[in-house]
Design a binder for this molecule. Structure first.
Ligand code: OGA
Ligand code: ZN
Ligand code: ZN
Length: 365
């Protein structure tokens, strides 16, 4: 094949190489691309190339003459020449650790430490990446502190509920969340597009009894469904449903699948919310199969085997991935109970983790 070059046993397409030239004409000092990928010739030829220990140099043939050099570090970091087997194992072995009822690794991070030490903050945020959920304790119970917590890693995602929302039992509640009633395991706001990818819940006042928090790893539930009931899994990945919320001042609607997978079959998001799932609308022939698949998935999510429960005390704060981890409230809350909640997005958290990683590595070196 002459449309590629080898470097340390890995294949790279010529077009990929030309597109990723790191020279000053091709990259701005910010690292951003200067040439337009869509304008590159697809039939590039190489005049000469040489692979050495420190990298690969390529002289491109006329009429597309150009000189490129790729460091070994760059090529190995971006190599995509894995055999499919390897790729699959890697895909299941990302940082994510799936969990079920036996989950007992969820550490309580100290608020004061997290706001004063980069390493402690890194550990706290890493839990969200790995388990989809992290817990902070001893967060001051002054109302509004939750917004300060978000500033530690990202930006508040405002919604029609405001910058934050009060989880309190109120008269004429527009949402079951604002009653003392139990809430089955759910992801919040699947009726938004895009859906908030992170959620925080901060306990200011603990109930006298009840109001227990349940959490389920939706990715683990999806994995179990795929294994036990592949056809049901397939249906939930391909048949969209409508989620809807309407109040006096908002009408929010989004049609999407309950399980979202990428082109490689990796689960990217789950959406499940008994309260906001609109009347199902799909081909007549599919309806009963869909109900069955939906019930199987929800049953796995709500099962004892899948969920862990904990009671939030005053000053406890949960930060979780709202596209992966489902949360719920078990047993009617007795007495006054007050939580504050708010939303944020994952990109801010990922960015903060990456920056902290660099800074912490610098401190060690
Ligand atoms: C919510 C919610 C859980 C609780 O408000 O979205 O799920 O424990 N609350 O009150
Ligand atoms: Zn170049
Ligand atoms: Zn909720």
């Amino acid at each position: 094949m002459d449309n590629m070059l080898y470097f340390k046993g890995k294949r790279f397409h010529l077009l990929w190489l030309r597109d990723n030239c790191q020279c000053q004409d091709c990259r701005h000092e910010s690292g951003q691309r200067l040439h337009e990928t869509w304008q590159l010739a697809v039939d590039l030829q190489v005049e000469a190339s040489s692979a050495q220990e420190d990298g690969l140099s390529v002289t491109w043939a006329a009429p597309n003459w150009h000189q490129s050099f790729y460091s070994a570090a760059f090529l190995l970091a971006h190599s995509y020449d894995d055999n499919p087997q390897e790729l699959q194992i890697k895909a299941c072995n990302t940082e994510q650790v799936l969990w079920d009822q036996t989950f007992n690794t969820l550490a309580s991070h100290e608020y004061q430490q997290v706001i004063s030490s980069g390493a402690a903050k890194f550990d706290w945020l890493s839990d969200v990446l790995i388990y989809g959920v992290a817990k902070l304790k001893n967060v001051p119970t002054k109302p509004g502190t939750i917004l300060k917590v978000v500033e530690e890693f990202g930006f508040v995602r405002q919604t029609n509920y405001g910058a934050l929302f009060e989880v309190l039992s109120v008269e004429k509640a527009e949402n079951l969340a604002f009653t003392p009633l139990p809430l089955s395991l759910h992801t919040d706001n699947p009726y938004r597009n895009p859906v908030p990818s992170l959620q925080l819940l901060h306990c200011l006042v603990k109930a006298e009894a009840g109001g227990v928090t349940a959490l389920t790893d939706g990715f683990n539930a999806a994995r179990i469904l795929a294994k036990k009931h592949p056809a049901a899994f397939q249906l939930l990945c391909t048949q969209p449903v409508t989620f809807r919320f309407a109040s006096d001042d908002a009408v929010l609607e989004h049609r999407a699948c309950m399980i979202e997978v990428d082109g490689q079959g990796m689960v990217k998001a789950v959406r499940l919310n008994n309260r906001s799932c609109a009347p199902l609308h799909m081909a007549f022939e599919k309806m009963l199969d869909f109900y069955r698949a939906y019930q199987l998935f929800a049953a796995i999510i709500q099962s004892q085997q899948s969920k862990m429960t904990l009671t939030l005390g005053a000053g406890d704060l949960l930060l979780f991935d709202n596209q992966r981890v489902l949360h719920g409230r078990e047993i009617q809350a007795v007495g006054h109970r007050h939580l504050q909640g708010c939303y944020a997005d994952r990109d801010g958290l990922h960015s903060t983790l990456q920056v902290l990683k660099k800074t912490l590595a610098g401190n060690v070196a």
